[in-house]
Ligand binder design. Structure first.
Ligand code: ADP
Ligand code: MG
Length: 348
């Protein structure tokens, strides 16, 4: 099938960058979002605003596209599965079912003999009293968390008295890793043993939000190989199609852990737009639209810095850039604290 119209669920910056990549490949993008101000409407060919449970709007969306992908993994599995009966959804909804739930995700990873942090399910506050072994730790919601949302550091049993958490949602307690570094590996899988993989990216977080990403990551050859091997194993086991990111922790004893899987293009991969011959976005569109796979070539080392909240302001005011610097404005309507407003990539 020749794919001309790609549907994307979600209208944030990732949807925008997928739209830009699609345009280059002569593919139209139709974006469906529940945010009427979604910034991706500035970049896509057609924009449909509706709630994710609005059947009529979803049908309208489906009728206009050949295939559907998404920019965020938390679309209800049931919705994705229903859509998939009418038009193919890639990556497959079964991937989301696993990854939407941190517990299912971590169980899946451990079954592959890949190390994760130590974790345990928590259903009620009093469960934590028996879990001193997992402290200091972080209590995380099993579902819908991102950018550190739904996470509570717990240093001691006493801390639980001061937390006010609604336990009607499931949680897990994760032992804190003494972090040396965080890296991510982005891989685009086209089919069985057919993939392109980017070199590991070193990431620095501030307040659990990604601040900057850089290649090359300063890591040992062993960690470099192992992280790539694990990312490939995960994408093969999921029978994944498209771009996927695996986030890793490296502790002070040089142990490697998978933190989490993002079944989509990823913030740490923005630098691939300028640093590689094919970006993570173009690779994603190529894979889901069954286009040719092009061997990856790194063009340059690079550093990407997220512009959060007001940090975008000087760049919007025509700040002079050097010719190795690339500024991206996500064109979000309002500047908000902790909101990713844009990024700047510098080729090194
Ligand atoms: P999100 O889904 O919000 O990205 P993560 O689980 O990736 O959640 O956590 C966000 C960040 O918080 C991580 O990138 C890391 O910096 C820090 N963090 C989370 N869990 C741990 C842990 N167990 N040990 C140390 N740091 C952690
Ligand atoms: Mg994360």
């Amino acid at each position: 099938m020749i794919i001309k119209n790609l549907g994307i669920i979600g209208g944030g910056q990732l949807g925008s960058m997928m739209s830009v990549a699609s345009k280059k490949l002569n593919i139209n993008t139709i974006i469906f979002s529940d945010d009427k101000d979604a910034p991706a409407q500035n970049f896509c060919d057609e924009f449909i605003f509706g709630n994710y449970d609005d059947k009529q709007k979803i049908f309208e969306f489906i009728s206009k596209v050949d295939i559907i992908s998404f920019e965020f993994e938390n679309i209800p599995f049931k919705t994705l599965n229903e859509i998939n009966k009418l038009k193919p959804v890639l990556p497959k909804p079964s991937v989301n079912r696993i990854i939407q739930n941190r517990l299912a995700e971590k169980d899946f990873i451990n079954k592959l003999n890949i190390r994760t942090t130590r974790y345990v399910s928590v259903e009620k506050k009093s469960d934590i009293e028996k879990l001193a072994d997992f402290l200091p730790g972080i209590l995380k919601t099993n579902t819908m968390g991102y950018d550190g949302k739904g996470q509570y550091p717990i240093n001691s049993i006493e801390d639980i008295n001061s937390i006010d958490i609604d336990f009607s949602r499931g949680y897990m307690l994760e032992k804190l890793v003494k972090l040396k570094k965080e890296i991510s590996v982005i891989v685009t899988r086209y089919g069985i043993n057919s993939f392109e993989i980017y070199e590991p990216i070193e990431n620095t977080h501030e307040n659990q939000i990604l601040r900057h990403s850089i290649i090359p990551a300063e890591i040992s050859e062993k960690i470099l190989e192992k992280s790539k091997e694990w990312a490939i194993t995960i994408s093969e086991e999921l029978k994944y199609i498209g771009t996927l990111c695996v986030e890793f922790f490296i502790d002070r004893n040089e142990n490697l852990y998978v933190n989490e899987i993002a079944p989509r293009v990823h913030n740490s991969g923005h630098l691939t737009i300028n640093a590689y011959n094919v970006s993570q976005f173009e690779n994603h569109v190529r894979a889901v639209c069954s286009l040719e796979k092009i061997p990856l070539k790194k063009l340059s080392n690079a550093k990407m810095v997220n512009l959060i909240g007001n940090q975008i302001k000087p760049y919007r005011n025509n700040l002079k850039l050097n010719n190795n610097e690339f500024f991206f404005d996500y064109l979000k309507k309002d500047i908000k604290e902790k909101r990713k407003m844009g990024h700047i990539t510098t080729l090194l």
